[in-house]
Each structure stands twice: as structure tokens, then as C-alpha cells.
Design a protein around this ligand. Sequence first.
Ligand code: C5P
Length: 316
Amino acid sequence: MTEPLFSDDDEEFDRPRLAAHGPVRVRVPAKINLHLHVGPTRPDGFHELTTVYHAIGLYDEITARRGDTLTLTMEGEGTGHLSLGEDNLVIRAARALAAETGHDPHARLHLKKQIPIAAGLAGGSADAAAALVACDQLWGTGLSRDDLAGIAATLGSDIPFLVLGGTALGTGRGELVSPILTGGHAWHWVLAVAEEGLSTPTVYRTFDELGAQSEAGPPDGLLAALRQKDPDVLAAHLANDLQAAALHLRPELRGVLDAGLDAGALAALVSGSGPTCVFLAEDARHAALLAADLEASDCCRAVRTAVGPVPGARVL
Ligand code: C5P
């Protein structure tokens, strides 16, 4: 990262520097992509991205306690299928932070999951970001948020964004993030969560196989729309190059997008690699009406409303 993301005098990031003795609770949001341009495949197999990340108020929570080893427990829908071992991103994040700081990787971590799994909402990445922030606090490593974002980048493309939060431009493979200041406007979203998740690598592979040209150009129009704070203008500028691949793998998502538009959504798009569909609403009341309509249409497993932008992983 070339420029610091976090200024030292930013209150949001003012945290005690001493190791915590009691439990540390960290809350971390889900993300959607307001704009996702997928470029060519790089020699390392990743795709060059230009994306606008947006953190929304749908949260997972990690509690970190002192322990003699590194352990992970979980609660929440679908967590029974997730690994609790060394391949779990939470464990990998704690070990990466320990390796970087020379600290013993000892903590008892508990994850309370609400962000749907394999949904295109970066839930796994969010948990890794939360683990970094929680262990940093528990161990009193005193790393800066930029240092944490640097470790995050080694673990996954969108983890640095989940440390940052808000609305941000992502480049490289998505790990290079710079904040976009949107002047405090709250956007209202409705999410339609599918029964079954989609694998991100499979969606990227399908994107390549379809050989589709990128439809999302540079995000200039979107950035201007965010500044205008007019949802009708923003609606015209949401774009996701992975949507065609997600629809190819799950044709029924077309019906979900249409159900939202029929119910009056200002815009509908697949979130990241899917299969969650995201709808833009006028305001909180419109979002609630839209959510009720979508629920009644029975087009998906669950419907959620969420406001964005919200901060990234934070100690509570
Ligand atoms: O970085 P992360 O582990 O989240 O990426 C998951 C998968 O998504 C990668 O293994 C790759 O298949 C795909 N991906 C990609 N290009 C990116 C980001 C992710 O091809 N920029």
C-alpha cells in the first residue's frame, strides 16, 4: 500500500495499546460491490479488478479470550459445515498476526455468524479481518491499521477492505484499497439470500469461460453518483461484471432480480460473485416495503435490509 489509509488522529481508530485481560469483542460488517470491473487474468491466477466496495450493516462478531493454545468455536446458521481447523481463515489470520509480531498464537476465539456463508458478501473475509483486529487488541501488538491491512492482504483479496470499511476503491486483485468519502449519506439496501452458496473461484472461472467483455468500465459515473446522494442516480451506475457468470451458473437468480425490480427496487444486481441479490431502495421505509414484498414472493431463502456505509472491523 503506498498511502496510509488511516490517520493517527482518527478517533475511530483510537484503541488502547495495552494487551486486554478481559474478552475482546469485535464486530465486522458484510460488503457488497457497487461496481466490479473484472480485468485480465494475472500471472498469479488472480484477475485485475477495479471495484467499489461498500460495507453494510449486517454483522459477524468475534470474541477473543486469553488461552494456552489457539482454538475456534462458532455459532450461527450454516457454521456446522465450516472447518474449525488450520484452513479456517480466522485461524490463519490469528497465526499470520502472531508470526508477524512474534507473539505466541494463543487465543480462544468464538465466532457468532450472521453474514450468510458463500453468499458474495465476503463473510469469510470479514471474519479474518475481525480476527486480526481482535487478536491485535488481545495481544496488545500495537500495530497500525495499515499494518493490519498489510497482513490482511496476504490472506485474501477483500480482507483489507473489511479492516477499513466505509466505501472504498479496490484495485490490484482487490487488496489495494483507498477510502471514498461520501459525506455521511446512508444508502438503503435489501438483500435476497439464496438457499445455496456459490464458489468464488468457480464464478471467476465461468467469467473466463464465457469470454464476456467487461461491461463495467471505469467507476467515474458511480463515484459522481455517490457524491450526488440521489438513489435514482446511483441506481443507474451499479455494475457487476461477475453477474453474467453467476446467472449462467444459477439461471434462477434472474427471477430473483426481476422480483425485486417488480416490487419497485430502484436497481437490482448480484453481490460480488453471488448468489445474493442486492436491491437499492429509496429510503428506510421503501426498503422495509421492498423486503416484505420479496419475502412474500418466496423467491429466496431469506431477505435482509441493511444500511451502508458502516465502519470496518471494530472493537466493541
Ligand atoms: O482472494 P480470495 O482468496 O478471496 O479469492 C478467492 C478466489 O477468487 C481466488 O482463488 C480466485 O479464484 C478468485 N479471484 C480472482 N481474482 C481476484 C480475486 C479473487 O480470480 N482479483
